[in-house]
Design a protein around this ligand. Structure first.
Ligand SMILES: *Cc1c(COP(=O)(O)O)cnc(C)c1O
Length: 432
């Protein structure tokens, strides 16, 4: 009935998530409210972990891409489900430390890690630095030398595969701010350079080809290109790199038009390609990391709003105003992202009305969704926007001094707050 398995409709005609009535959640915790279903998150984590066991002798580890939704509870769940963590800033490292995450299972990404962040990461015993450029390599080597340690590193490589949504292109793709290009020889030079430094140890190569990808083929192509590069490094430099990180990007369902493949199929296909290429180049079968983000939390999350007004403009459109908007979900304003909107108060009724759901910020572009079909909306109704678990809270802002919403975790009919709603006092905390 819904794109997300954790959703249902109860006898009152209300939308439920994880066995909880969303209208009751809205009353109890207030709106806007982010709600996450714990079983959906854990099931997805397990399907990734199990796919390594089933198709790759368990010789690998999924890392949760925490930029998707970074908070202590997500770090704890990732750890309990035997995932590592991918972080992109000092703030995400700090969150992991505060959640007692085993830091040796953390990969530190980013195209401009500051000296301060590198120091903090080394002090926090982050497991691996995914080095983006030569300045960073040199800086990391220097700081590691100062501290008398050797940092384990990976290189972010542009494999020349660019995949977004339904298709992918194999091009130069040199025009990306992330990583080292293969075809210019830049990546190879970086490997040679790293071998001359004493305080970095090259362990792994990394690539990440895009996001919200539905095909497995571009991942397979990227994996093959990376193995070819590992073969070149072995043949020409006599160095065997034993770990390969293939990034994230697995697509989820926002609307019925999206058709993700089961996540298991990914390891099935990629492991075949990796094993074949390893044999071709006479390389050991590498340890593999993948970095799913969106697919772990995206479909597990919904956002609840209360309708405060309805503006019918004859022959133009009907605006329905909700008590949140671009401050809690900027993705429509940013990339016209499609979402499914449900009238949670009337989830048993047919969708008959076409409306534009508008936020409450002082921007005409502050829309949650345009021309969406929904059961007739009345002021006071609870609306649910589906698949908002990823890149919503993590991109939230305080524009118009609107406090960030609370986040509630539901599990088999129980609910608990995992992130408190911001208060007005929080908003002025740093004002002098
Ligand atoms: C964003 C990102 C991910 C996660 O991507 P999803 O599309 O959310 O799965 C993984 N790795 C890197 C390096 C990223 O930048």
């Amino acid at each position: 009935m819904f794109v997300n398995d954790c959703l249902n409709v109860n006898e009152k005609g209300h939308l439920t998530i994880g066995g909880c009535d969303t209208v009751e959640l809205a009353e109890k915790y207030g709106t806007p409210l982010y709600v996450l279903d714990e079983n959906t998150i854990r099931d997805t984590c397990r399907s990734y972990v199990n796919s390594f066991k089933k198709y790759y002798n368990g010789n690998g580890m999924p890392l949760y891409a925490s930029k998707t939704l970074s908070c202590k509870e997500m770090c704890r769940i990732a750890n309990e489900e035997n995932l590592g963590l991918d972080v992109v800033s000092g703030g995400e490292i700090y969150t992991a430390v505060q959640a007692d995450f085993p830091m040796e299972k953390v990969h530190f990404h980013g195209n401009n890690k500051t000296a301060e962040e590198i120091r903090f990461a080394l002090d926090s015993k982050v497991g691996k630095f995914v080095v983006d450029n030569l300045y960073e390599l040199e800086l990391l080597n220097e700081i590691a030398k100062e501290k008398g340690v050797v940092a384990n590193i990976s290189f972010r490589i542009k494999p020349g595969v660019d995949a977004h949504t339904h298709n992918f292109i194999r091009t130069g793709q040199i025009d990306s701010k992330f990583g080292f290009a293969l075809e210019t020889g830049e990546a190879f030079e970086a490997v040679k350079k790293a071998l001359t430094y004493d305080n970095v140890a090259l362990k792994e190569l990394h690539c990440h080809i895009g996001s919200q990808i539905f095909d497995i083929e571009p991942f397979v192509t990227a994996a093959e290109i990376m193995l070819d590069f590992m073969g070149k490094i072995k043949d020409e430099l006599n160095v065997v790199i034993t770990e390969l990180n293939l990034g994230g990007g697995f697509g989820i369902m926002y609307t019925e038009d999206d058709e993700p493949v089961p996540y298991e199929n990914y390891m099935e296909k990629v492991s075949e390609a990796v094993k074949a290429k390893a044999q071709e180049h006479n390389l050991p079968v590498p340890y593999i990391y993948i970095e799913p983000g969106r697919s772990i939390v995206g479909e597990a999350g919904i956002t609840l709003y209360t309708v405060g007004g309805k503006k019918i403009i004859p022959d133009v459109r009907t605006y329905v105003s909700v008590d949140g908007g671009m401050t809690d979900n900027i993705r429509y304003a940013l990339y016209q992202s499609a979402y499914t909107v449900v009238n949670a108060s009337k989830a048993d009724k047919e969708a008959t009305e076409i409306v534009t759901v508008a936020g409450k910020c002082c921007e005409s572009g502050d829309l949650v969704q345009e021309h969406t079909k929904i059961a007739e909306v009345e002021v006071g109704d609870t609306l649910a926007v589906l698949s908002t678990g990823a890149y919503n809270y993590s991109m939230a802002s305080n524009y118009n001094r609107i406090p960030r919403p609370a986040m509630v975790m539901v599990n088999n009919g129980e609910s608990r707050v995992i992130i408190k709603r911001e208060s007005y006092e929080d908003l002025v905390r740093n004002d002098l």
